[in-house]
Design a binder for this molecule. Structure first.
Ligand code: PEP
Ligand code: MG
Length: 878
């Protein structure tokens, strides 16, 4: 920014490389550092014509973190470094404002005590309230605290430090500086920074830089102030600056959310007019700010999140970074920047985090007018900090949020303001509500990054943590109380809070800008995106989201309805082929209708139907009423059916009699399914629809299993085609979902005409960890203490073990059958990181649940672009 000619307070940077070295050397600095910092400090002193530690004209510095990517509020900052009993007098005299100097000093004591020396922040806060009470009003705004009170505070803050830390506050500015530098480096490893990195998968070795910068002051009277501004709206991407301003305040007051700031513009996007905006209060600074924002955005070619300070009319830019944004805003900004000629289409495709699209697929609450018609009124309104609808039990602490969420409850975290320590509670919650704070407070920024609905600055809400109560001052002057554990709903898109559960409306998924971005993604993407869908309605949704076929239809999912379930149970528990045959015939008819629905919804596109892989234990009747229904249907005594059901029980059903094993030992089941598929296909064919059914065999481990299953399927298919005198192409392939199948993929490919990786089972069998039981110990495995796993391998493909098997299998299968179509249909098919692996190993398609199809389309395009880029880099290196 300095080199662009922007007004930036002079300073210098200790690089991230130094941070890495600091940790590698037991937190020791290289010998030459002190000298280098000394030189840098003198250079800055020359520019600002003040000296660090000079009692007459002191220079103060801020010491802040600066990581490679923005980690809002996760690391520490110390402001006003360089103040002591002497320099505070000099600063006061210099500005002709002793109150201001004393206020800066008490802030240093508080921050230094808390961040560097480890005193309890709350002790300082309590003392501040005590002194305010003594001087007349506990709720007195900070700028109104008189000089005398500040002098008292300084004395008591010093004794808090001495008592709690066993050392006095250092009067030596150099000692302060080094204490602050080390504290900022140390904060790279604090629990909240670690947990933030883990959540976003940022590596530990990046380290943070430390920026030492001269202080400018936003609290030097009414011609001063601090603010945060986004160059575009971070919630919806509107091309309007959007931000907040606090007159006569330091920046920390804005971001900490302790005071609710006013807007930058008099009229913001909502059309409401604000008389205490920066535009009204400081018109000159405001118009300068507009020019600088434009310059910065053009230079960085992205939406910026800018912190600034107005010091007695002079504008200073303290920081700029690419702003965090919601999924909706990300799509809008990327497409607008292309239209404005600032970025290219492929850059736009790379700019949007695929996971952020998830938010666009998320449900929202109906509007207040619509709800009012149903007699539902909002209890309060706050700022719509992060869109979407959240409904859950009120929790008042992050610990409670975590513990209830771990029991499977949906919780809404309600706080006066959130501090970065709340991050784990925010992660566990479905939504966040705060009583104070603005759109740029930590709660808002972090919630937007997480894509969680969030309402902040709801002034009508107050929280009594001790009594576990949330109080609402309603618009009609009355009061209402809710207890922790009561249900609350948040409208993060509009800011409304409702004291009850409200049914959410799913999004239609239609969004012109998203469609535009995805159409660009489709131009770059190499892999095809299909959907996992078992019902015609899911197939229709998937097609609307852009799926180019079905990659997995789990036929057993078609059996969950009560009537069908009975038929399935009868098939499993019948003791004679003829009885089983009767029930199979019933199932065949329903399956035929389902397949017909799928084929017509996916007209012209491939549909892969997987033959039965039912987890037998899930289908067995357990309740007496269910057992007796089966007994009645099969005409046998209850005790017989009960005994037969027990005899089929397996010790380890996930590794038991399932998949192709069941298919080969009960050939009539696969024959029935093939008949149903081919009958439906023949119906479609006769009606003129084009289609290509793909029949897939699950859980194959050996070539022999595949050859037998293929023979069975082909024979059954031809029985239908011959009878109906139709000739139609269809293929028979397999899932690769055991390590053995991957290792002998060359042999299996002698029979299989296509392969799809079932990475759910593959992950289960590679790790030897049951899919059904992993949840019991994964939280500990992924927790801070053990850290055995950083990500759940059932959500994101294990890049070492499982990916290696994918690579081997692709190479082997293609050696036998060149050009064999290979894809993935496990849960990983919709996960952006896993999709990158699929691109690298050369899969032809990914298949995922319908709601993840847009994410997969974008992620697949990014994967192709990144692969191209790394290929061209390695060519250049050659
Ligand atoms: C798989 O194992 O990855 C798969 C898609 O099959 P299922 O989840 O039905 O076992
Ligand atoms: Mg499987």
């Amino acid at each position: 920014m300095a080199s662009l000619g922007l007004p930036v307070p002079p300073g210098f940077t200790l690089s991230t490389a130094l941070c890495t070295e600091y940790y590698a050397n037991d937190k020791r600095y290289p010998e030459s550092l002190r000298e280098q910092v000394g030189k840098a400090l003198s250079a800055v002193e020359k520019v600002v014509k003040r000296r660090f530690g000079d009692p007459g004209n002191p220079m103060l510095v801020s010491v802040r973190s600066g990581a490679r990517v923005s980690m809002p509020g996760m690391m520490d900052t110390v402001l006003n470094v360089g103040l002591n009993d002497e320099t505070v007098e000099g600063l006061g005299r210099k500005h002709g404002d002793m109150r201001f100097a004393l206020d800066a000093y008490r802030r240093l004591l508080m921050m230094y005590g808390d961040v560097v020396l480890g005193a309890e922040r709350r002790a300082f806060e309590n003392e501040l309230v005590n002194v305010k009470t003594k001087f007349g009003d506990a709720r007195m705004p900070d700028p109104k605290v008189p000089e005398e009170a500040l002098r008292e505070l300084i004395v008591s803050f010093k004794s808090i430090i001495r008592e709690q830390c066993g050392v006095p506050f250092p009067q030596d500015p150099q000692q302060q500086l080094w204490g602050a530098i080390s504290a900022v480096f140390d904060s790279w490893m604090n629990p909240r920074a670690k947990s933030y990195r883990r959540m976003y998968n940022f590596p530990e070795h990046w380290g943070t830089a430390v920026n030492v910068q001269t202080m400018v002051f936003g609290n030097l009277g009414n011609d001063s102030g601090s603010g945060v501004v986004f160059s575009r709206n971070p919630s919806n991407g509107d091309k309007h600056i959007f931000g907040e301003y606090l007159q006569n305040a330091q920046g920390e007051d804005v971001v900490a959310g302790t005071r609710t700031p006013s807007t930058i513009r008099t009229r913001d996007g909502s059309g409401e007019s604000n008389k205490s905006s920066m535009e009204m209060l400081a018109p000159q600074g405001f118009s300068e700010l507009l020019t600088l924002i434009e310059k910065l955005e053009k230079h960085r070619r992205d939406m910026q999140d800018i912190e600034f300070t107005l010091e007695q009319g002079k504008l200073w830019i303290l920081q700029t970074r690419s702003g965090k944004r919601t999924g909706e805003a990300a799509v809008r900004i990327a497409t607008d920047l292309v239209a404005e000629g600032l970025i290219s289409k492929d850059e736009a495709v790379l700019r949007v985090e695929p996971a952020a699209l998830d938010q666009l697929m998320h449900p929202v609450l109906p509007g207040p007018k619509e709800l009012s018609k149903k007699g539902i009124e909002a209890m309060a309104k706050g700022l719509p900090a992060s869109p979407g609808a959240a409904c859950g039990q009120i929790v008042l602490t992050p610990e409670e949020a975590e513990s209830r969420a771990a029991k499977g409850m949906s919780v809404v975290l309600v706080r006066n303001e959130t501090s970065p320590d709340d991050i784990r509670g925010m992660k566990a919650a479905v939504g966040i509500l705060t009583a104070t704070g603005g759109m740029t407070s930590h709660a808002a920024v972090v919630a937007r990054g997480m894509g969680k609905p969030c309402v902040v600055g709801a002034n009508a809400v107050s929280i009594d943590e001790e009594k576990q109560i949330v109080r609402f001052n309603l618009a009609d002057g009355s009061r209402k109380e809710l207890q922790a554990g009561d249900i609350i709903s948040l409208d993060g898109s509009r800011g409304y809070i409702y004291g009850q559960g409200i049914e959410v409306a799913p999004l239609s998924g239609s969004n012109e800008r998203l469609d535009l971005l995805l159409s660009w993604a489709d131009e770059y993407r190499r892999m095809v995106v299909r959907a996992n869908a078992d019902a015609p309605a899911d197939a229709a949704l998937a097609r609307r989201f852009g799926a180019k076929g079905i990659g997995l239809c789990r036929t057993e999912h078609m059996f969950f309805e009560e009537e069908r379930l009975l038929a399935v149970r009868c098939v499993l528990l019948a003791d004679s082929p003829s009885k089983r045959g009767d029930w199979l015939a019933k199932l065949k008819e329903v399956q035929r209708k389902d397949f017909y629905g799928l084929f017509t919804e996916m007209e012209g596109l491939p549909v892969t139907v997987r033959l039965l892989d039912w987890p037998m234990h899930e289908f067995m009747p357990r309740l007496e009423k269910d057992i007796s229904a089966v007994a009645k249907a099969l005409g046998e005594p209850l005790s017989v059916i009960s005994r037969r059901s027990s005899s089929l029980r397996e010790n380890n059903p996930m590794l038991g009699h399932r998949g192709v094993r069941l298919g080969l030992t009960h050939p009539e089941i696969y024959a029935m399914q093939t008949h149903a598929i081919m009958e439906a296909a023949a119906d479609c064919h006769e009606q003129g629809h084009s289609l290509h059914p793909e029949i897939m065999i699950p859980l194959v481990c050996t070539a022999k299993e595949m050859s037998l299953a293929k023979e069975l399927v082909k024979k059954s298919a031809h029985e239908v085609l011959d009878r109906r005198k139709i000739s139609m192409e269809f293929s028979v392939g397999t899932m690769l979902e055991t390590p053995r199948a991957c290792l002998v993929a060359d042999k299996i490919a002698e029979h299989a005409e296509f392969c799809s990786f079932g990475t759910n089972d593959l992950t289960q069998t590679v790790y030897g960890i049951s899919r059904d039981d992993a949840g019991k110990f994964f939280p500990q495995y992924m927790g801070d203490e053990l850290s055995v796993l950083t990500v759940d391998p059932f959500s994101s493909l294990d890049p070492k073990g499982v990916a290696e098997l994918l690579k081997i299998a692709v190479e082997k299968a293609r050696r036998t059958r060149s050009g064999i179509k290979m894809g993935i249909c496990g849960e990983h098919g919709g996960d952006p990181e896993s999709i990158e692996i699929c691109e690298r190993v050369g899969l032809d398609y990914v298949s995922c649940s319908p709601f993840r199809v847009p994410i997969a389309r974008l992620a697949a395009a990014q994967a192709t672009l990144k692969e191209k880029e790394s290929a061209s880099n390695s060519t250049m290196a050659l």
